[in-house]
Design a protein around this ligand. Structure first.
Ligand code: NAD
Ligand code: G6P
Ligand code: MN
Length: 441
């Protein structure tokens, strides 16, 4: 049986140890020769890398493990890149969130002006990792979580159309775990779903069991009362702010009881509520720095100090499972049905064929084969056309260095009330992002 080599790009990410653990747990179905961590931040990566190295040596000494900031070492002779980079780190995420909030506009990692600002930073970083992979391992696949996935996906579609990159999101997977719990199923894999939308902007239209029985009525009954506030929780979404988001899905659902919505739609449909319930001085970036980041780096430092990982573990959930499942589907041509971000190409028949959409695909050794989702109703189509234009204008702005296009992108975002407010936010974001964005004229 072939053994694979995986490079984790963004080796210093809070998600790295969870993915390393998940890879260890899946060695029987996805055997590994080697795991390599790659980051451009030596210090962050060294802490997580040393800790994972100790853990690997104790638990799976047969798998080689290393970490490096040298692209040639990191990307030579590999089969997969699992990428999750954050250009600008949490310090810049904090500004993405706080600057729009000053103007009473949603401050969010991937939605609205903050998401646009993050997109303008991420594109170059993701292209850099992709280019290294193609230079040193032209046959490898890049499975990319790096956000904002919608903008990153549009950029890679446009600028690297033939590259083996698949952009992914764990939100639908995490929500499907909750659906399965609500429906009293053992696993989300007992469901067959139909879903369409953009990343962080979509709807489930059908959920059945394997025999074809409709599970939507039972799910909707729950969502109508409680949103997604079920008894189960994923480590990633257990903070109070995430619980509020899960509850708010109830109000998003009310707008179209035919479908079941992605949680992120609250930022576009209840933007005033979101702003009112935000703390302008302490946003999600602060929460994560004080929780997930502290926890992951804290555990790692303890492991290094003790020289042993015995008794230690890292949180690892839907996020890590999904990317390992995807690698397996490609490696073994399993044709597993998965929600991925792919070019529309007619899959949603009444929507822009060049849009990057999130839809079910069958995944095999040649990558994703998108499934046809048919036509979509006026409400969703209108929302998606507006949002996809925001994402395309952002990529235009990045490619052309155009201030005007980026002003248009912010103005068109459903989270922003006027061109005047868009301009004020843009000017402040541009100043804060000096050195990260291409220069705009
Ligand atoms: P983090 O800041 O803890 O880690 C990101 C790491 O990327 C850092 O160590 C940083 O140094 C590194 N990095 C930045 N630019 C790089 C480059 N050009 N080359 C190599 N490494 C680089 O962030 P995190 O909270 O762990 O999140 C990581 C990423 O994963 C973010 O983009 C986040 O939004 C994304 N994410 C996406 C999903 C999804 O659904 N798509 C889910 C979870 C996380
Ligand atoms: C969800 C989304 C991701 C996002 C993650 C973490 O899983 O799909 O795109 O990055 O949440 O968000 P947080 O605010 O907890 O860092
Ligand atoms: Mn996501």
């Amino acid at each position: 049986m072939k053994k694979f080599t995986v490079t984790i790009a963004g080796g210093g990410s809070t998600y790295t140890p969870g993915i390393v653990l998940m890879l260890m747990e899946n060695l029987d179905r996805f055997p590994l020769d080697e795991i390599i961590l790659y980051d451009n931040n030596e210090e962050r990566q060294r802490i997580l890398g040393e800790a994972c190295k100790i853990m690997m040596k104790e638990r799976h000494p047969e798998v080689k493990f290393s970490f490096t900031t040298d692209p040639k070492e990191a990307f030579t002779g590999i089969d997969f890149v699992m990428a999750h980079i954050r250009v600008g780190l949490y310090a810049m995420r904090e500004l993405d969130e706080k600057i729009p909030l000053k103007y009473n506009v949603v401050g969010q990692e991937t939605c609205g002006p903050g998401g646009i600002a993050y997109g303008m930073r991420s594109i170059a970083g993701v292209l850099e990792v992709l280019d290294y992979m193609e230079k040193y391992s032209p046959n490898a696949w890049m499975l990319n979580y790096s956000n904002p996935a919608a903008i990153v996906a549009e950029a890679t579609r446009r600028l690297r159309p033939n590259s083996k990159i698949i952009n992914i999101c764990d939100m639908p997977v995490a929500l499907e775990n909750i659906f399965a719990a609500i429906l009293e199923l053992d696993s989300r894999k007992d469901m067959i779903v139909r879903y369409y939308g953009l990343n962080h902007f979509g709807w489930w239209t059908s959920i059945t069991d394997k025999a074809g029985n409709d599970l939507m009525p039972k799910l909707k009954e729950f969502v109508k009362e409680k949103g997604y506030a079920a008894e189960t929780e994923d480590f990633q979404h257990r903070a109070q702010s995430w619980k509020d988001t899960y509850l708010k899905a109830k109000d998003v659902f009310a707008l179209d009881p035919e479908t079941v919505p992605n949680t992120y739609l609250k930022y576009y449909l209840y933007q005033d509520y979101v702003v009112e319930h935000s703390d302008k001085d302490y946003t999600r970036a602060n929460e994560v720095m004080d929780s997930r980041e502290k926890e992951v780096f804290g555990i790692s430092k303890e492991i290094i100090e003790k020289g042993s990982a015995e008794g230690y573990t890292f949180s690892s959930g839907a996020h890590a499972t999904f990317i390992v499942d995807l690698a397996c589907a490609i490696a073994y041509n399993t044709k597993e049905r998965m929600l991925l971000i792919v070019p529309n190409n007619g899959a949603i028949s009444n929507f822009d064929p060049t849009a990057m959409v999130e839809i079910p695909c069958e995944v095999g050794s040649n990558g994703p084969e998108p499934l046809s989702m048919g036509t979509i109703p006026t409400f969703q189509k209108g929302l998606m056309e507006q949002q996809v234009a925001v994402e395309k204008l952002t990529v235009d702005a990045w490619i052309e260095g155009s201030y005007l296009k980026l002003w248009q992108a912010l103005t068109l975002s459903k989270t922003v009330p006027s061109a005047a407010v868009a301009k004020e936010i843009l000017d402040e974001l541009m100043e804060a992002n000096k050195g990260y964005w291409p220069e705009l004229k």
